[in-house]
Write a protein that binds this ligand. Structure first.
Ligand code: CA
Length: 228
């Protein structure tokens, strides 16, 4: 059963959302402020987080950034609830790492549609997975370290995030747009060529022959695919 954590200080709304989500087959947990939310998500490893922005103690945007920075929680889909509907606030919400947002007041039908869409997009990854392994490569997600043939290879933050995304989607072609969204977030000012540059750097670190890559393959006109 998928677990959802609702972090919302408006009790009536939290109760209504909880009831709806239970009806959808979720195991539902609730937290009434940001700190309680952080405690619960670290203890319970939810599969989805519904996060209000305006919260006592720790606001939703800060909590979202904390969730995204921690490799143990970075992959959990987040839907933000916001009463502030201006474009700027929406962008801030997405830049903080949220997968989607709903502007209050919203209908429960719309809310459930968003939940279903986000859950469909979320790959079924175990919440506690700490390692990605492929042949002689081993990535420690919580330690953010790469070992090649047992020896540590230093990666920059973005190289690490990029490799995680590639390894998690082994055999699947990832477009530059998708990579930009997943690794750089919703930062529209990053050039697509940034992806190519980071792929080149990554190849220099993990390919036996970077000029003839066998692990990160270029799919012409589309993007890149991790082969193993
Ligand atoms: Ca609130």
């Amino acid at each position: 059963m998928a677990k959802v954590l609702i972090v919302e200080d408006e009790e009536t709304l939290a109760r209504n959302l909880a009831e709806k989500l239970r009806g959808e087959g979720f195991f539902v947990m609730t937290a009434g402020d940001g700190e309680e939310g952080l405690d619960k998500l670290r203890g319970e490893h939810p599969d989805l987080i519904i996060l209000d922005i305006m919260l006592p103690k720790l606001d939703g945007l800060s909590l979202c950034r904390i969730i995204r920075r921690d490799a143990a929680t970075a992959h959990i889909p987040i839907i933000m609830l916001t009463a502030r509907g201006t474009e700027v606030d929406k962008i801030v919400g997405l830049e903080s790492g949220a997968d989607d947002y709903v502007v209050k007041p919203f209908g429960l039908g719309e809310f459930l549609a968003r939940v279903r869409a986000v859950m469909r997009r979320a790959p079924g990854r175990p919440a506690l997975q700490d390692e990605l392994v492929s042949n002689d490569l081993r990535l420690s997600l919580t330690g953010r370290r790469l070992f090649k043939d047992g020896k540590e290879t230093k990666l920059s933050n973005k190289e690490f995030d990029l490799l995680v995304e590639l390894m998690r989607n082994r055999g699947v072609v990832l477009s530059r747009d998708l990579i930009l969204t997943k690794v750089w977030g919703y930062d529209y000012f990053v050039d697509k060529r940034t992806v190519d540059v980071h792929i080149r750097w990554l190849r220099e670190k993990i390919e036996d022959d970077p000029s003839n890559p066998k692990r990160i393959v270029t799919v012409r006109g589309v993007g890149y695919r991790f082969e193993g």
